[in-house]
Write a new protein. Sequence first.
Length: 114
Amino acid sequence: MKRKSVTLLEIMVAAFILAAVIAGTLASFVAVRNYVRRSGIRLSVANLARGRLNALFPQVDASIWNNASATLSLANGTLNTTNESSDGTGYTINYSVSNVTGRTYRLVTMNVSY
């Protein structure tokens, strides 16, 4: 009577398949962790930009727009550059004010680098 047993080759193939599955699973966990980290940084940047825009909102007064000392005047294209740190990441915030052709309002463009 012949006995059926598992050969060394079958064990090696099964181990290779198991290793490939585990490596793929770990790679997906690493990718998700990096995605969550980048999302957190983007959320921090959005909150910093929102705070800067909220600080500018009380200064939206058409009567002082042409005053050179007003924050929303067009005297200087880049109004402010700040280095802020939240969660250990350094942020640089630049914003500029420009006229919109044919409109009575001004456009505030904000760029946040990290």
